[in-house]
Design a protein. Structure first.
Length: 175
């Protein structure tokens, strides 16, 4: 794994270690994983990680434990599948295209600090043909090509790395 991957995971841990206590609670873990991978982890996945942490020597989701789990998950990463999962999360109506209303709805849920105008501009960038709909090909283009610096301070990250950061969908930085 690149040093960028490890640094991103460490920075993410720090961002979501509520109160700087040195470990992640169940809620901290869910939010941190959502930020890294671009979609919410399943209850099974979260419980599996928490159970494994309890069995470890210190019993908590510490930075090292979190980093090891996330690096393992990243090694099994399938970029195309991940982009498809994110697209399906945005396509709330299961219509095969995204509307501005879909984008606004998703951002209100996962990144409520992103201003409406920013979502509108990002959507217009993604809607390359200007038909008011973002198809899978347009969505994939944006996820792979991006265009804006990423939040965790790493400009022009790979598509795989960029797609892990939910606030960075369409190249929007995190709070």
């Amino acid at each position: 794994m690149s040093s960028w991957g490890r640094n991103t995971i460490e920075r993410c841990f720090g961002d979501f270690d509520e109160g700087g206590k040195g470990w992640l609670s169940k809620e901290d873990l869910k939010v941190a994983m959502t930020a890294l991978f671009g979609f919410r982890p399943t209850k099974y996945e979260v419980n599996r990680i928490l159970s494994a942490a309890k069995e470890s020597s210190d019993g908590a989701v510490t930075l090292d434990f979190f980093a090891n789990c996330m690096l393992e998950k990243l090694r099994g990463h399938d970029e195309e599948d991940e982009i498809r999962q994110m697209y399906m999360a945005f396509d709330v109506g299961c219509r095969g295209f995204l509307t501005l209303k879909d984008a606004v709805s998703v951002f209100k849920e996962v990144a409520p600090w992103v201003p409406l105008r920013t979502v509108e501009v990002a959507f217009s960038v993604a809607d390359k043909n200007g038909d008011g709909r973002v198809g899978f090909a347009e969505f994939t283009r944006v996820m792979r090509d991006g265009g804006c610096p990423d939040s965790y301070g790493v400009p022009r990250a790979s598509a795989s790395e960029r797609s892990r950061m939910i606030p960075n969908l369409f190249g929007i930085g995190a709070k």
